[in-house]
Design a binder for this molecule. Sequence first.
Ligand code: PGA
Length: 250
Amino acid sequence: MPRKPLIAANWKMYKNPTQTLAFFQEFLPMVAGHTRDEIVVCPPYIDLYVAIAEVKGSLVAVGAQDLHWEKEGAYTGEICPGMLLDIGCTHVIIGHSERRQYFGETDDIVNFKLKAALEAGLTPIVCVGEVLEEREAGLTEDVLRRQCLRAFHAISAKKAAKLIVAYEPVWAIGTGKTATPQLASEAHSLIRGEAAKAFSPVFSDNLRILYGGSVKPENVKGLMAETEIDGALVGGASLDPKSFAAIVKY
Ligand code: PGA
């Protein structure tokens, strides 16, 4: 079964609700009727309500950039899976490198969040990727193996059915340096191998692995030509409706 490509936008801490509304009013007509790829936009929490109201009746889905793993509780400032579901969110990014780097998110936390998202019926996009020093020290494979192993820990193939993974080499995020299609493809194969071990070979054949890190309208076609690359997670270039629509239509 061919894997349906997925192009996801990660807006990070950009755009308020007014700007979100303006984005969708321009973006949606540009991708109307586009069925080849799944399209997901992940704005900040505060914009989710507006985004979900706007995409109603379109083929575009809306995701969050993070979640807390508990069902509810005294966790000031946090958002739980049930809240995301209630508002109409379908996807959630987990373990983005900026969360790992700046907010102390560990492999164990990624695992808790992944379990909680799957349990709730959300589609998780779990991010893995090495930093520059790790790549230069020849540690890329070890790092990706560890991140996958720990993220997938104690989750059954059945539970993990909706899982999506994003390979995001940290040195390529927001730097303008994209991994070559070949290099990304090698990392994707390794991740697929880890998924085969953690779940099953059939599961890993169906697993969608996105590439993220300076994806732009100019380089997306080359990346998407790789059979190992099933989509893209786009930061900076997803903020402009024309640029994100051009990426979706690679
Ligand atoms: P970038 O970000 O496209 O701006 O490099 C990608 C990401 O962090 O998901």
